[in-house]
Design a protein around this ligand. Structure first.
Ligand code: UD1
Ligand code: MG
Length: 448
């Protein structure tokens, strides 16, 4: 990583009215992480020493989020007068800073640290203004990059462009890397004489060229600069993000039996030789150790799965579940805040919540931990090697000792000692020939 001093300025003061949402635009999520979180993560990855987030007054939730996720400063843009004005709002936070300032947009969540780093490095190598460009299939409303004999001459916004300029396919991705304090000198020279009456950040390119400074374009794939303005854009970004996660999981040595049906969160971690079946959803906070298998139609969130464990099909693992090495969770099993220790088995139709299932313990089909009385949650502790017979209810707080047996169909309300047998159900009795006399009496009444 270059040691050239780097600051990032994230512009996020826009209202985002087209999202039609009570939530600020940049807090809408892609892969379970707010868009702003993606931009902050890429920013942190560049090794930037300063990260300034530009917000409008009243965006306290967004400010709190930014500061909790690596923003060093919040700068306020009082009125939305354009991207140039927004960038200028960072001047105070960056006073005295000398190096490269990268200006990125908070609503462009797919930009990568790699691209930002390339821009910064170009700046470090002596380019004064570096613009992120891309070739657009449909350049529509993007700013156009006008190249001359000496490279990038200016950026023209679509609304201000001539016919010839509109035909240019090399577009402005929005991000820039500019030597600082030069950035703020150029911003001071902006004027809002254009179709939108705004201070355009893009105008600093022409200003730089007029002063004989060096400008350049760094290109990236169109995917990276996708800006989110609506729920439909958000869905497109989600799809691109999911594809990236699938590719990364496979590159790292996991098998996805039908990749398009596996959904990841931004922080999903799969070890080598993990096999993931069809239609599996990973919510936030899941890690799966090597050699484990997650079978079809399973849903996991806030879970650690140990090496060689088997999950599903049709398992629902909720936050706080820890599955040990070679443990097994079978179909229609729900777990929550549960430690399923090494080699333990919960194979069919169970709810295990606020519980420990000890090493090599076996939980029979239909076993339920009754952990809640409508007010509080209580713990069930099942010892190592214990065997709980099918269709048992374990009424917490309760402890089943190591190696104990619980007879099928028991409702266990008291602790069971280690290696003991507990049976807590109605005793079976039998009346010989009862059914014959019962039927005979019924037939008699039918005839009369
Ligand atoms: C901008 C570029 C355009 C480029 C496009 C790429 C300018 C003038 N135009 O246009 O060349 O092709 O991005 O997506 O830069 N913002 C503020 N305060 C403001 C205005 C904007 O914080 O006063 C923030 C917005 O919240 C947003 C970002 O800046 O995150 C970009 O603003 P937006 O209005 O979307 O710019 P575009 O018109 O898309
Ligand atoms: Mg935009």
């Amino acid at each position: 990583m270059s040691t050239f001093p780097t600051a990032i300025v994230i512009l996020a003061a826009g209202k985002g009215t087209r999202m039609k949402s009570a939530r600020p635009k940049v807090l809408h999520e892609v892969g379970g992480l707010p868009m702003l979180g993606h931009v902050l993560a890429a920013s942190r990855e560049t090794g930037a020493e300063r990260i300034v987030t530009v917000l409008a007054p009243g965006m306290e939730d967004t400010a709190d989020y930014a500061q909790a996720n690596g923003a060093s400063d919040i700068a306020l843009q009082r009125e939305q007068k354009g991207t140039g004005d927004a960038a200028k709002a960072a001047e105070e936070a960056l006073s005295g800073f000398e190096g490269a300032a990268l200006i990125v947009f908070g609503d462009t969540p797919l930009v990568t640290a790699g691209t930002l780093t390339r821009m910064r490095d170009a700046c470090a190598d002596g380019t004064d203004v570096v613009v992120l460009g891309f070739h657009a299939d449909d350049p529509a409303s993007y700013g156009r990059l006008v190249l001359g004999a000496d490279g990038l001459e200016k950026i023209v916004e679509a609304k201000d462009a001539s016919r010839e300029e509109l035909a240019i396919e090399l577009c402005n991705g929005g991000a820039m890397a500019v030597r600082t304090p030069l950035l703020f000198e150029l911003l001071d020279a902006l004027s809002p004489e254009n179709a939108q009456g705004e201070y355009y950040l893009t105008d600093i390119v022409l200003l730089a060229r007029t002063r004989g400074l060096k400008t350049d374009v760094i290109e990236c794939p169109e995917d990276e600069i996708l800006g989110i303005n609506s729920r439909a854009d958000l869905a497109v970004a989600e799809a691109i993000f999911q594809d990236r996660m699938r590719d990364a999981a496979m590159m790292d040595g996991a098998t996805l039996l039908d990749p398009m049906t596996v959904y990841f969160s931004h922080d999903t971690r799969l070890g080598q030789d993990v096999i993931v079946g069809q239609n599996v959803v990973f919510g936030p906070g899941v890690s799966v150790a090597s050699g484990a298998e997650i079978k079809a139609f399973s849903h996991l969130e806030g879970v650690r799965v140990g090496e060689g464990a088997q999950i599903g099909p049709f398992a629902r693992l909720r936050p706080g579940t820890e599955v040990g090495r070679k443990a097994k969770i079978g179909n229609f099993v729900e777990t929550k805040k549960a430690a399923i220790e090494d080699g333990a088995k919960v194979s069919h139709l169970s709810y295990i919540g606020d519980a420990r299932v000890g090493t090599e313990a076996n939980i029979g089909a239909g076993t339920i931990t009754c952990n809640y009385d409508g007010y509080d949650k209580f713990f069930t502790d099942i010892g190592a090697g214990a065997f709980v017979g099918s269709n048992s209810s374990l009424v917490a707080p309760v402890k089943i000792g190591d190696g104990a047996y619980v007879g099928s169909g028991s409702v266990v309300t008291k602790d069971v000692e280690g290696d003991a047998l507990a049976v807590a159900r109605g005793r079976q009795f039998e009346k010989k020939g009862w059914a014959v006399s019962f039927r005979a009496s019924k037939e008699k009444t039918k005839k009369s």
